[in-house]
Write a protein that binds this ligand. Structure first.
Ligand code: ATR
Length: 277
């Protein structure tokens, strides 16, 4: 039986096993997907398990999306994102070299989540909160959608300034300042804890805005609850999560006779499966 893993620290909150195991079953694939909490020192060993065939594919979550990169044979990611969340083995032809390759499916995950709900970013003012591991992938995806402006604010200013080196068009905003925007995206980890509060002033925000939170557990962070109460459109990170997983599944199921891999279905049943217990 083929084995797949999500590695991270912490990793116990991950819904990836539930989703991928469902898709494996649905597609009659004899495989199991498990979560594994690891330390930085374990990464090389885990990736060698892909080389020796013990592990078939890996998802990478916080805080290792960057630190896995040196151990891979090849990365197929936009340089600016420095983020790998999916590791797969090259096997699109029989004579392929079995290279271990890193990809970033968070970019598609974010883009497809907006397509799913038919939200168009073109010409919109975007305000991003946070400058963590997933933020560059989101900026990268947004760039392609031609917003009129991308503002970004992070508690630690230096990290925001570093991001601006890769994405010079960013307009940096002081942490705690509320700007005029059409869409605001929380990419920080604030909201994972029930008492977490994002410092934004709802009274300064006009009606009919779109609040997007990368967090999907809890279902509605305080950031989203506050927005919902005031009648704004809200979306949590569940769709982004499902679409990044779909692309990972596709990469893992590429084979000489299935050159594009299998696209597992995203439907109401799948989304329901991921509702918090
Ligand atoms: P990493 O920084 O290792 O990439 P992450 O979980 O991807 O970790 O990102 C954490 C993000 O949440 C960062 O933007 C972080 O802000 P700092 O750069 O200032 O640390 C933000 N964050 C986490 N806790 C926060 C808090 N209590 N207040 C404000 N921002 C917070």
């Amino acid at each position: 039986m083929k084995k797949y893993l999500v590695i991270g620290n912490p990793v116990n909150h991950s819904l990836s096993p539930k989703l991928h195991n469902y898709w494996f079953k649905e597609n009659n694939i004899n495989a199991v997907y498990e979560k594994k909490q690891v330390r930085e020192n374990d990464i090389e060993e885990i990736i060698s398990e892909m080389r020796n065939g013990k592990v078939e594919g890996i998802n990478v979550t916080v805080p290792f999306k960057k630190s896995v990169i040196p151990f891979l044979d090849k990365i197929e990611i936009p340089e600016k994102t420095q983020s790998v969340n999916t590791i797969y083995r090259e096997k699109n032809n029989i004579t392929s070299s079995n290279k271990i390759i890193g990809r970033n499916t968070d970019i598609q995950g974010f883009a497809y989540s907006l397509a799913h709900i038919k939200y168009s970013v073109k010409g919109k003012k975007i305000f991003i909160l946070g400058a963590g591991g997933v933020t560059p992938s989101i900026i990268y995806a947004l760039e392609e959608m031609e917003p009129s402006i991308i503002m970004l604010s992070n508690r630690t200013k230096e990290k925001a300034e570093n991001l601006k080196k890769s994405f010079p068009q960013l307009e940096l905003v002081e942490w705690g300042d509320t700007k005029n925007f059409d869409m605001i995206i929380n990419t920080t980890s604030l909201g994972l804890q029930e008492n977490d509060k994002i410092p934004i002033n709802y009274d300064q925000i006009g009606p009919g805005k779109f609040f997007y939170d990368v967090i999907y557990n809890p279902n509605k962070t305080n950031f989203l609850l506050g927005a919902e109460k005031r009648g704004h459109q809200i979306e949590n990170g569940k769709l982004m999560f499902v679409y990044q997983a779909q692309e990972a599944f596709r990469l893992w199921t590429i084979a000489p006779n299935v050159p594009n891999g299998l696209m597992p279905q995203i439907n109401e049943k799948v989304l329901q499966l991921l509702e918090n217990d």
